[in-house]
Write a protein that binds this ligand. Structure first.
Ligand code: MIG
Length: 632
């Protein structure tokens, strides 16, 4: 059962698509307090667990920390943080009582889940207009399914988006991309996509291609396609403020950019320098931006990733002026320690500053709203601009699109990636922990930067991370400018990498059909063991193993210098060791087992009474034989 309670006059975020009768907030059964903000609270029983919140830090069981819904360009995913790029306001309380809670509110929310007081959850919305949803069910899975039905079916990308993908901030010239293609093909390493980061553009202008580097971009896209490689360009949220650039000019002339308190275009800086922020919350502006993708689809492009759409702001013009004023004020003064700190802060606090998020406005088709009150839907609506355009012009399942920032609702049109992680072992585990949480919120097409974005990857870390990545719908190796090379051919002998990547292609029929079924049936592809074995006190707490589909369990190695790991089997299973074309199968009983895992191996646990299909390996999805499958 699902109940909806309305407080005030909330903005339509588009998260819920099902018609649900609205009840008055007076009937809301949990403690509710409304003054300048909304606070709801409920007691936590000793053994209660809390699942959900999608893309954020820390464990699968969210209890014991305070999280914030506030889409953030967060470059360091450490456990002292409270938010990452998405705002996924859905939790399931799991204990003697089971209850789902979705807060449809696009401003900031604090989720104090047993942090201030261990036996209380206290959730604070920084505003007074919201829809609250309560979902009952017999099990966590049933509650999730009920919620997912309300928010609508998850996005399904084209099949080729399940192939292996290579990315790097810094590939700039055609030969950079050819080298990636050829090095994979020559070393028997499969590959379906190569990403184009901001370096392909003309001065970081969206929907442009640097003509010096790519004199005939369409021909280059075709050349890649003829070798079964899709090129996937990035699109950033900010549009370069440049009157010689037609996209900016059109946006400016039509009033499609966000404005400051006086109604003038809000000026802030990102990669292109000063930009206009398209007002994606305005229907006309959103449609206009969506149609711009045609410039690239006309050249044969059929996939995109949307970045910087929290929106990330390096600075605003106002903030920069304030900082410069402060510096010149201090220039004539003697700098004591406090002057020093104030000088330092005025510069370091320029990026993503709360003042800036409070300084610009949207036109919600006639209703003027301050950005800070709708911050969490900005990126989702950017991606909706793209996905609406693709669906209307090409139909469903034709174009690959995923986003960095997101809000529930965006799962219907796009996927997400988990942003700027680091080449750290702890981030391999964080990748695993986020999977069930984002699945609960509808995001099925997802994945982390395999090998880690920032920092320097090692051969061992990449192999272990890929052995998790073979199961994630988005399987992309991506890294930052200037980091150690981490393409699968960058560490000498490539045979171990070829063995692991071959497993991905062998599994694509299973992964793809599981994905489709989960999308159709509002199911999670990855689940915590607690959802499937609620009566098993060991399984309930495990956070380094996941259920996959109805047949499997995964348990990757996530520590350095390990030749194996302990795995708990909540029921008898077969351990399949997959490597290249080889498969070995061993029957294991319920309970703990130590299993060896070689660096070129992917362990997969299949329930004793189930089987999964394996295809023959292929170098791209186009060459994959999905008909002749062997069952294991
Ligand atoms: O400020 O486009 O998360 O994947 O490589 C950094 C450059 C901007 C952040 C994205 C990352 C991408 C990078 N971008």
């Amino acid at each position: 059962m699902i109940r909806k309670f309305r407080i005030g006059d909330p903005v339509n975020t588009g998260a819920v698509v099902e018609e649900i009768k609205t009840e008055s907030a007076a009937r809301f059964p949990l403690a509710l307090d409304i003054d300048e903000k909304i606070t709801l609270s409920f007691p936590l029983g000793e053994n209660d667990m809390i699942f959900g919140l999608g893309e954020t830090v820390r464990g699968i069981n969210k209890r014991g920390w305070v999280y914030e819904s506030w889409c953030s360009d967060e470059i360091s995913h450490t456990e002292d943080k409270r938010s990452l790029y998405g705002a996924h306001n859905f939790i399931v309380l799991s204990g003697a009582e089971k209850l789902g809670l979705f807060i449809d509110y696009p401003g900031k929310i604090e989720w104090d889940l047993g942090y201030t007081s261990p036996d209380e959850a206290r959730i604070t919305l920084r505003g007074t207009d919201a829809d609250l949803y309560l979902i009952n069910g017999e099990s966590e899975r049933e509650i999730v399914r009920r919620f997912r039905r309300a928010i609508g079916k998850s996005y399904i990308p084209p099949l080729w988006a399940f192939g292996y993908q290579q990315s790097c901030w810094g590939y700039a010239k055609p030969d950079d991309f050819r080298k990636v293609r050829d090095s994979h093909r020559e070393n028997n390493l499969p590959l379906d996509c190569i990403y184009m980061d901001i370096d392909y553009m003309d001065g970081f202008r969206d929907f442009t291609v640097n003509e010096e580097s790519f004199p005939d971009f369409g021909a280059f896209v075709d050349e890649m396609k003829s070798r079964n490689i899709h090129l996937i360009p990035i699109i950033d949220a900010g549009v370069k403020n440049d009157s010689d650039y037609s996209v900016y000019r059109e946006g400016h002339e039509n009033g499609f950019f966000c404005t400051d308190k006086d109604g003038r275009e809000f000026r802030c800086g990102v990669w292109p320098g000063v930009v206009g922020l398209p007002d994606f919350l305005n229907t006309k502006a959103r449609r206009w931006f969506g149609e711009k993708y045609k410039i690239l689809t006309d050249m044969g492009i059929d996939g995109f990733w949307n970045d910087m759409n929290e929106p990330a702001l390096f600075y605003s013009e106002q903030g920069l002026n304030n900082a410069l004023g402060k510096l010149s004020e201090l220039a004539d003064k003697e700098i004591g320690v406090w002057e020093f700190f104030s000088l330092k802060d005025s510069v370091l606090r320029l990026a993503n500053s709360p003042d800036d998020y409070a300084a610009f406005y949207h036109d919600l088709d006639g209703r003027r709203v301050c950005h800070k009150d709708v911050h969490n839907i900005y990126g989702a609506f950017m991606t909706r601009a793209a996905s609406d355009f693709f669906e209307e012009n090409f139909g469903r399942e034709k174009v690959l699109i995923f986003s960095r920032a997101s809000y529930i609702g965006a799962h219907r049109g796009s996927g997400i990636w988990f942003g700027d992680n680091l080449s750290w072992w702890s981030h391999l585990l964080l990748n695993l922990k986020m999977l069930p949480s984002v699945n609960m919120c509808g995001f099925l097409y997802c994945g982390a930067d395999l090998g880690g974005f920032a920092g320097n990857c090692t051969r061992e870390l990449l192999l272990r991370w890929l052995a998790l990545g073979v199961f994630t719908p988005l399987m992309r190796n991506h890294r930052a400018l200037g980091t150690r090379a981490q393409e699968a051919y960058s560490f000498g002998d490539t045979s171990d990498f070829a063995d692991v990547l071959a497993v991905r292609y062998r599994l694509i029929p299973y992964i793809y059909s599981t994905f489709r079924r989960c999308a159709d049936e509002d199911e999670m592809m990855f689940r915590p063991l607690a959802f499937d074995y609620p009566g098993d006190s060991v399984a309930r707490e495990l956070e380094d193993q996941l259920m996959l589909g109805e047949e499997c369990m995964i348990a990757p190695v996530y520590e350095q210098n390990r030749t194996g790991r302990n795995v708990y089997l909540p029921e008898p299973m077969k351990l399949l060791r997959l490597s290249g074309v080889s498969v070995s199968s061993e029957e294991l009983g319920k309970g703990w087992h130590y299993i060896d895992v070689a660096l070129n191996e992917v362990p997969l646990f299949v329930k004793a009474d189930k089987k999964i299909p394996l295809a023959a390996p292929a170098l791209s999805t186009a060459e994959l034989d999905r008909e002749n499958l062997e069952m294991y």
